[in-house]
Design a protein around this ligand. Structure first.
Ligand code: TXA
Ligand code: MG
Length: 349
């Protein structure tokens, strides 16, 4: 299949034409990758079971891993899911934005979209391209991240092209995304709101909104044999680069000492911050083996760059990749969750 790639530029009329064309593809059962404020999504008509099923084969995704449906307005949710007071609170505070609500589903959402569950994940993206595409399509858009299953989520169109060129109808190139980690997922169909995946809306913000918020174990810990995460997708070995990644839990001094003690430094990569570059070079690490998440204080930049750096690692043949273990505060919890999974929970202390 030939994949059409269309770039969104400064010409509003041209952009509208591109999105109208993409909406036609969605309406006729095709697959379109598009930018959102979190990561790029791979969209299909969510009320067309056949179209949604195509997503699974393009990504190589297990069929029991449900999809998020994307709608244009938080008020539209009633058509597809059972609304409750907690949803109203969440929507008022954070929608449109980087948050997904799990609610009891209505019958018009096919089981192929929810992986056989009786709940459905709903999100209202704030990105203008995503928003307009949903509006023009006139249907809810089921969209997982637009990567091959198991690879890091795409934060720019080049990543989508790497994984899905030739497998989908169209890619809308809207440049770099803003957040760079997938949305916060909150389960709202039970007694307590439960965080299933941390993201741009933080646990602290949810706590302030709801009072008590439970956190699914899979957010911070490796599950034991037989245990299941509440979000089926959290079960899979996600984001892992080809070379093993190990995380260091300790002071900066200990981290640099540890790196200095490594013998074959040309065979390793170090994921660090701008301010570390000189120290690491002095420790004997080559400049090309240092990948920076940005300024150490700029957590937003760390989130925005992580997936791109993990993809970068795959272009080289490193024996090992080292990084520090992030904090669990604020948006850093999302970073912690993604990187510890990418590292297969290997932590050196
Ligand atoms: O930011 C995002 O959420 C991006 C953009 C494209 O919107 N989408 C995204 O989708 O990250 P995906 O498919 O890569 O991740 C969706 C996660 C999976 O872990 C899946 O198991 C979980 O949401 N999920 C979907 N429906 C669910 C449900 N009914 N109950 C529990 N978890 C669900
Ligand atoms: Mg994904």
């Amino acid at each position: 299949m030939k994949t059409e790639i269309a770039r969104i530029g400064n010409n509003a009329l041209e952009n509208e034409k591109i999105l109208a064309h993409a909406a036609e593809i969605i309406k006729s059962g095709g697959l379109v990758a598009f930018p959102t404020e979190t990561v790029y999504g791979l969209g299909a008509n969510a009320v067309d079971s056949y179209a949604a099923e195509k997503i699974y084969s393009a990504k190589g995704r297990p069929s029991n891993n449900p999809l998020i449906i994307h709608i244009a307005s938080a008020l539209d949710v009633d058509k597809y899911a059972c609304v409750n007071d907690k949803y109203a609170l969440l929507a008022e505070a954070f929608m449109p934005g980087p948050v997904t609500a799990i609610l009891k589903k209505r019958d018009n959402i096919p089981m192929s979209v929810t992986g056989g569950l009786d709940s459905v994940a709903v999100r209202v993206p704030s990105h203008p391209i995503a928003h307009r595409l949903i509006e023009l399509s006139g249907v809810p858009i089921a969209a997982p991240s637009a990567n091959t299953s198991g690879r890091p989520s795409p934060t720019c169109a080049t990543h989508v092209i790497e994984d899905l060129d030739g497998k989908i109808d169209m890619i809308i190139d809207g440049g770099q995304v803003e957040i760079g980690l997938e949305s916060t997922i909150v389960k709202l169909d039970g007694e307590y709101p439960t965080l299933l995946r941390p993201g741009g809306v933080t646990l602290e913000q949810l706590g302030a909104l709801f009072g008590e918020v439970k956190v699914d174990k899979a957010v911070t810990q490796k599950l034991s044999e037989g245990e299941r995460p509440l979000a089926p997708g959290m079960m899979y070995r996600h984001y892992a680069p080809k070379s093993p990644l190990e995380l260091f839990d300790g002071s900066d001094e200990d981290f640099f000492e540890f790196i200095t003690s490594i013998k074959d430094k040309e065979k390793i990569a170090v994921i660090a911050y701008d301010e570390d570059i000189q120290t690491l070079i002095k420790a004997g690490v080559g400049r090309d083996n240092i990948l920076s998440l940005g300024n150490s204080e700029d957590i937003k930049s760390h989130a925005a760059r992580l997936f791109s750096l993990l993809r970068e690692c795959d272009k080289h043949d490193f024996e090992k990749i080292y990084s520090r273990l992030p904090s669990r505060e604020g948006i850093s919890l999302a970073l912690y969750n993604r990187i510890i999974k990418a590292a297969g929970y290997r932590v050196i202390s």
